[in-house]
Design a protein around this ligand. Sequence first.
Ligand code: MG
Length: 380
Amino acid sequence: MMLSRKEFLGLTGSSLLGVSVLKAFTALHGGGGLSTKSSGEVMIEIKTKRLNLAHTWTISRNSSDYKDNVFVKIEKDGIVGYGEAAPNVRYGENAELTTKKMKDALHIFKENDLFHYTDIKEALDSAILKQSCAKAALDIALMDWVSKALNTPLYRMLGLNPAKAPVTSFSIGIDTIDVIKQKVREAKDYPILKIKVGKKNDEEIINAVRSVTDKPIRVDANEGWKDKHEALEKIQWLKSKGVEFIEQPMPSNMLDETAWLRERVDMPIVADEAVKTAADIPKLARAYDGINIKLMKSGGIQEALRMIAIAKALNMKIMLGCMIESSVAISAGAHLAPYVDWADLDGNLLISNDPFSGVKVNKGRFVFNDKPGLGVSGTF
Ligand code: MG
């Protein structure tokens, strides 16, 4: 087969919000038609977009009013796949480094048939060792593209039954007591809440929530409790308040202390900051009852599927969480929800300028459309 290859790589700065705009076009001309043979030109566009939060978002370690997420579009044979990276300071990520990682990996998409997405995942695993959200964006866009090319929703391509997706929780960030009460009232349509704690006034926060609702609540300390005795007392108290499970009570590196805690409490302990990819899971099994998978930590959909398989083999519970993300990444997560025990996919509901629409939530239940791929529409 005769190949001619053209490559355009251009970098332009955008004055808008001071973010950089990177457009990279790669071209690969090959013989053959469409079907499952990758043929025409691959075009990839990467751009940072600022997502504004409806309320200032505070967890135990930081506060923010906006997030700069990096979006990617992979286009080939007239089919467009969308992906998104939500860089997180906890993991040393930012939009600039993420963009660079994505740009450096673009050659993988012109050297491989896009239908061979497992090959592309392996290559991305080698190329992107940090800034896992960059890998996530590329993998999400790839899986959107492939399922669109096969003209099927992603969940169907993966053999998943959307009716089995668990109800998603809605997160209440740390705030003043009056605002927390107000947020809980505003969340009346969500049957399950996830409450952020990990500061000094945890009891005050939970009492405030309980003063306005008796619905099921889950609690996330975001590594906020540094002493195992303190954590034990807090969890025993939370149990008396009808809390379903506790997420990352202690710092991720305090595995022995968390295992100690687990022997003494009657509440599932879920790892979040302690787990990124499948390789992290086996060592956590003695200290945690479950894991919180996030596409931004795993590096995308394909690694999340591996994590689900490993966690199931270890008889651990599985939660699917998110960062502050638009409907692109949230929809990608929702397509995997039928495979997990708990869903916490509300990042798009916390922003006021979502550039996309996709999987919706109605009273906590995901509403999938029957469009191919992620089922998202919009642009960036
Ligand atoms: Mg968490």
